[in-house]
Design a protein around this ligand. Structure first.
Ligand code: DX5
Ligand code: ZN
Length: 214
């Protein structure tokens, strides 16, 4: 399977967000990773549906929307309407994960669940058939530029075995670099999120290629 690269626009220049989205598109990314933070579920605040809607026309590539908000369920439809293609909620955020996943799919979007570093893979066992993506947080969510937590490699491998032949992507988010991408992929990841590693220097194409080559 070819690994997909999803740059996180959390590390982009927010004053030029449309241009930045266009630039990572032209640099060869696969998805656009959109980090929504509420200052409550995580200790940082980013943006919501109006900004996502505003940048939607700057690329045709899928918007991979990572909701770090609690509750998530009441605003899932707003993110679908704003242009999300994949909507990922946190297993720790709402009480009724199964219902959130059903709602996302009923809106015609791909459904994802994200697991914080301390959350065991077993929480997804009974919703596997309602999932298109599992997002393994390899840092504590809230900020870009943190270091990868190596214990998550074991979780990725266990999820890979649990998924079996189901068409579910395993996406890894946080501290991904060209130096550790190889072992993350070897553990079973199919999508790499990268904020700092893509936006650290102006040559986004080179930075994306560096991750892909790993
Ligand atoms: C963290 C976000 C990540 C973050 C990754 O809460 O979910 O998507 O932007 O940034 P890096 O790649 O810098 O760790
Ligand atoms: Zn993210």
């Amino acid at each position: 399977m070819t690994v997909k690269i999803a740059p996180s626009i959390l590390s982009a220049d927010f004053a030029r967000l449309g241009d930045e989205v266009k630039a990572i598109d032209q640099a060869g990314c696969d998805w656009i990773h959109v980090d929504v933070m509420d200052g409550h579920f995580v200790p940082n605040l980013t943006f919501g549906p109006p900004i996502i809607k505003a940048i939607r026309s700057w690329t045709a590539k899928p918007f991979d929307v990572h909701l770090m908000i609690n509750p998530a369920q009441p605003s899932i439809k707003d993110y679908a309407d704003a242009g999300a293609d994949l909507i990922t909620v946190h297993a720790e955020a709402d009480s009724h994960l199964d219902r959130s996943l059903q709602l996302i799919r009923s809106l015609g979007k791909k459904a994802g669940v994200s697991l914080n570093p301390h959350t065991p893979e077993s929480v997804v066992e009974y919703v596997l058939d309602k999932l298109d993506l599992i997002l393994v947080m390899s840092v504590n969510p809230g900020f870009g530029g943190q270091s990868f937590i190596p214990a998550q490699l074991d979780k990725i491998a266990k999820l890979k075995a649990m998924i079996g032949t189901r068409p579910i992507e395993i996406e890894v988010d946080g501290g991904v670099t060209a130096a550790n991408a190889g072992q993350i992929i070897a553990a079973g990841a199919s999508v790499l999120v990268a904020g700092s590693a893509v936006f650290k220097s102006k040559d986004y194409a080179n930075n994306i290629a560096g991750l892909r080559q790993s």
